[in-house]
Design a protein around this ligand. Structure first.
Ligand code: BG6
Length: 474
């Protein structure tokens, strides 16, 4: 649908960008921080470990000043659980509290709204050893951690996100380095969906607690949502796409918003002997969560068809699922271009995804990630020319505006990432930031910050509240 007149972005639209603790901070075992699962995992060959990252822990002042120069209204970052609680439970690390107090205050100094993710792929290693999300105790661990965050930071943080990409943790945990299954686990599928159930319950309890402790704050989930297209109009392909959508998207949002399990996924779990066990009261807990908004990450859409001839090997990244026998078969979309790292690019699918979410859930939406990973080059005169990123972001912002014109309620846009950081499994060379960090995969070089062309471009976008998306850079 075309609009004869597009609507403007709302006045208080939260323009900003995102990072996550384990990918950006570094200082991974400093000042009392305990290791997380990310610190003890075997990193993929040829990629950096997570000990230094962008060294945001030591350079946050410089980084926030640059975000302020870009005009950020919001900065979405995550809090490292094991920096606050080195063992995951028990004693609090005062230095951890101090760091996030400083980070939050630094944002507020410039009028930047902190948007805090409570959990972004970094389970404390000590809790992994105690069973991670497999044990029911994980619900209490997470809620206790949430309480500490609300007590210490709730006076200043108005926007909270519970679990980043719970759907990717469940679907492709091994790609991200987070899957932990108990030794000798006989039914991995059931175990994974039991872990998922614990996360659902944990985040629902955290939301209720937030509403009780911080009545003025807003809290929401942050799954990775993108619609899945059928390859053709063959009716069986549509059924396959509905299956894939249910498994990837609606299972999570139905549970977060309505407190119910999606029926298509539930039936599939039943048939595969993988239905999670409910503890008494779980149904009520799920129904009592009431998120204030939906945060979601969007990188691209997926496509599928019916088919049983699924290649072995499972998912190869967050954005590519080969399929599930008898349920759907993932296919490439011939209409879409791809990034240098093979991810399809689909701005129109962004609008479609926003419309779909809004028509199902009718809650305000915050884009918590979106962006382009590329091999950026620092020139001899200290420039980074990244027209491909500008083009990607421009096209996606245009689609948000169209979605707003379709009547969707959009709160803000926080692309990935504010600054270069380490990718989930493709190292430092896969850069997403507006701010370039002068380091290589293994050579830490100067760690100096440089403004990419996209930095200046985004600065103008924010200044004009999304009116001027033109791509020329002086
Ligand atoms: C999302 C994650 O899946 O995508 C981020 O929330 C991640 O942590 C981002 O970095 C980009 O993915 P990747 O694999 O390119 O780092």
């Amino acid at each position: 649908m075309q609009h004869s007149k597009v609507k403007a972005f709302p006045e208080n639209f939260l323009w900003g960008a995102s990072t996550s603790a384990y990918q950006v901070e570094g200082a991974n075992l400093e000042d009392g921080k305990g290791p997380s699962c990310q610190d003890v995992k075997e990193v993929p060959e040829g990629t950096s470990d997570l000990s230094v990252c962008a060294d945001h822990y030591h350079r946050y002042k410089e980084d926030i000043a640059l975000m302020a120069e870009m005009g950020f209204k919001a900065y979405r970052f995550s809090i490292s659980w094991s920096r606050i609680l080195p063992k995951g439970t028990g004693e609090i690390n005062p230095k951890g509290i101090e760091f996030y107090n400083n980070l939050i205050d630094e944002c507020l100094k410039y009028g930047i709204e902190p948007i805090v993710t409570m959990f972004h792929f970094d389970m404390p290693a000590a809790l992994d050893q105690r069973g991670s999300w497999s044990t029911r105790e994980s619900v209490d661990w997470f809620v206790d951690f949430a309480k500490i965050l609300f007590e210490n930071f709730g006076d200043r943080v108005k926007y909270w996100l519970t679990i980043n990409e719970q759907n990717m943790l469940t679907l492709v945990g091994s790609v991200i380095g987070t899957t932990t299954l108990p030794k000798g686990c006989e039914n991995p599928l059931k175990e994974i969906y039991q872990q998922n159930h614990h996360m659902l319950v944990a985040q629902a309890k955290a939301m209720a607690l937030c509403h009780e402790m911080l009545p003025k704050a807003k809290i929401g989930p942050a799954p990775n949502i993108s619609v899945v297209y059928p390859e053709s109009c063959k009716p069986e392909d549509t059924i396959a796409a509905q299956n894939a959508n249910a498994l990837r998207n609606w299972l999570y949002l139905d549970a977060y918003v309505y407190g119910i399990y999606n029926n298509i996924v539930w039936s599939w779990l039943e048939e595969n002997d993988a239905v999670p066990d409910f503890a008494p009261g779980d149904e009520e807990i799920l129904k009592n969560a009431h998120p204030d908004f939906i945060g979601f990450n969007y990188y691209n859409t997926a496509s599928c068809k019916e088919g049983d001839d699924i290649e072995q090997g499972g998912a190869i990244s967050q954005q590519e699922n080969l399929g599930i026998k008898g349920f759907f078969k993932g296919v490439r979309n011939p209409y879409l271009k791809t990034t240098e790292f093979g991810w399809e690019i689909d701005p129109v699918g962004f609008r479609g995804t926003i419309r779909e979410i809004y028509s199902r859930y009718h809650l305000p939406m915050l884009v918590t990630e979106n962006g382009l990973g590329a091999y950026d080059k620092l020139t001899e005169d200290g420039k980074i020319h990244d027209p491909y990123r500008i083009e990607y972001l421009k096209q996606h912002i245009e689609q948000i505006q169209l979605a707003i014109s379709d009547g969707c309620d959009m709160m803000g846009y926080c692309p990935w990432s504010a600054i270069d950081l380490i990718s989930t499994h493709e190292g430092m060379v896969k850069r997403y930031g507006f701010i370039y960090v002068d380091r290589d995969e293994f050579d830490l070089k100067t760690m100096a910050r440089y403004k990419k062309d996209s930095f200046y471009w985004y600065q103008r976008v924010i200044q004009t509240n999304g009116d001027d998306l033109s791509t020329q850079i002086e």
